[in-house]
Design a protein around this ligand. Structure first.
Ligand code: NDP
Length: 434
């Protein structure tokens, strides 16, 4: 802790992983002898840089950019960029640390990284977002590359931002290095299903958990937090599998729609017009209700999919969900449940899928995008979605089997942490003291 003062989320993420590893180091003292845990908690490299840009009124604006390249034992660094005013080093370090284990769980050759900026895209014109992205890439560009580090999107970074970032990188390097970023547009090196992948993947994972108990999404009432990329496509897949998402949110409140969230309206509001969730209630007339300034967790449901941001679901929220009948939770976001919330769910016997396993479909499909770029190929939607579904089933089974092997059957947190850790730790052992 004293090496990383004030980085609260990073401490939380490290505690969560190390808390699962007791049985592993007992069985494998070689990890301790080779200081694998100590080395794993120290990023290989962290970069902090100035991002100056000019707004539409001619004023100079200043933001801070980050890239934390945490661990590349399994492959080039890989992880998204987040643009949100709350971003500081502790946010990026926690996300980057989580990304190591998530990427490991996919079984694909990718290391863990994350980056971003305290830039707030809300209320900014396209031209301002472009100038900001160009300035950020002018510095970040020297630290990324197909074999070095491959960023993607996260909160506040979608297709528009990836386009501006890629355009600037292409210009700087005088080459068309498709594999330097993922989440690209379909006509210029992007992959089918990448946009849908995190949300779909979360629902695939939860579906496997349900199947393990002879259940399915059919007829289930589901609540999703957020209404961004992950939330929208989680809702879409739940509906395809026969469940009904009755509520979703943004940072200003939530909407309840007992008939099920209308995706056409939601996509129009959030993806096309970049409006607030409050507009949804207006567009649905009397069918939906908007509740201002409250999180979505007091809406009764069978299954909850927190898909907005870290620490959005507290112990009190978890207790309300349990009281109202929620039996399964799948984290679409990264670390959305506080340690207290996790404890409440554990004590109530709620089946719980941690983000590093449940939301790994996004980065897995990014790795599929890298494969397509490397082979100058592009696959169909159906083929790519089948690959995603297989990967999510594989992650589910690996977590379940590992939890069983280490004496915690049904504990997906332990399973994900241990399975994610051992693959990275073995690679680090093989490579010596680096
Ligand atoms: P988006 O920017 O598309 O959407 C984020 C959503 O969460 C918005 O509805 C936003 O509301 C809400 N939100 C963000 N911050 C807060 C906050 N502080 N309080 C309340 N609500 C908030 O991001 P994504 O959907 O891409 O990401 C959501 C989560 O999923 C993040 O934890 C991210 O790290 C994780 N994730 C994303 C992946 C991806 O492929 N995109 C991959 C794996 C994980 P508002 O608009 O009001 O801010």
């Amino acid at each position: 802790l004293s090496r990383n003062p004030g980085e609260q989320e990073f401490h939380q993420a490290v505690r969560e992983v190390l808390g699962s590893l007791g049985p592993v180091v007992v069985k494998h003292p070689e990890y301790v002898e080779a200081a694998v845990l100590d080395r794993l908690c120290e990023p290989e490299r962290q970069i902090i840089f100035r991002v100056p840009w000019v707004d539409d009124s001619g004023q100079i604006q200043l933001n801070r950019g980050f890239r934390v390249q945490f661990n590349s034992a399994l492959g080039p660094f890989k992880g998204g960029l987040r643009f949100h005013p709350s971003v500081y080093l502790g946010t990026i370090k926690f996300l980057s640390f989580e990304q190591i284990f998530k990427n490991s769980l996919t079984g694909m050759p990718i290391g863990g990284a994350k980056g971003g900026s305290d830039f707030d895209p809300k209320g900014r014109s396209d031209a301002e977002v472009m100038r900001f992205c160009q300035s950020l890439m002018t510095e970040l560009g020297r630290h990324v590359g197909e074999y070095l580090d491959v960023p993607a999107g996260d909160i506040g970074v979608g297709a528009r931002e990836i386009g501006y970032l890629f355009g600037q990188y292409k210009r700087m390097t005088n080459s068309y290095e498709s594999g330097v970023l993922t989440g690209k547009g379909l006509t210029w090196g992007g992959s089918q299903v990448r946009k849908e992948a995190t949300g779909y993947g979360t629902v695939y994972f939860v579906n496997e958990m349900l199947k393990a108990h002879g259940q399915s999404f059919d007829g289930k009432r589901v609540v999703v937090s957020g209404s961004g990329n992950v939330a929208i496509y989680a809702i879409e897949k739940v509906h395809q599998l026969g469940g009904t998402v009755v509520a979703c949110s943004d940072s200003a409140g939530y909407v309840v729609d007992e008939k099920g969230i209308d995706l056409e309206i939601l996509k129009d509001i959030k993806e096309t017009r970049r409006l607030r969730i409050e507009e949804y209630a207006d567009l649905r007339g009397g069918a939906a209700k908007f509740v201002a300034d409250q999180p979505v967790w007091d809406v009764p449901c069978d299954i909850a999919l927190p898909s907005a941001t870290q620490n959005e679901l507290s112990g009190a929220h978890a207790a309300t969900l349990v009281k109202n009948g929620c039996r399964v939770v799948g984290e679409g976001a990264n670390m959305p449940t506080t340690p207290d919330g996790v404890r409440v769910f554990r004590e109530a016997g709620v089946r719980f899928a941690p983000g590093k396993a449940a939301n790994a479909g996004g980065v897995a499909t990014s790795a599929l995008e890298m494969q397509q770029n490397a082979s100058r190929d592009s696959w169909t939607f159906e083929y790519t979605e089948n690959r995603l579904a297989e990967i999510m089933c594989g992650i589910h089974d690996r977590c379940a089997e590992t939890a069983e092997e280490y004496g915690s059957p049904g504990d997906y947190i332990a399973g994900a942490n241990i399975a994610g850790f051992t693959r990275v730790a073995d690679a680090m052992l093989a490579m010596g003291v680096i």
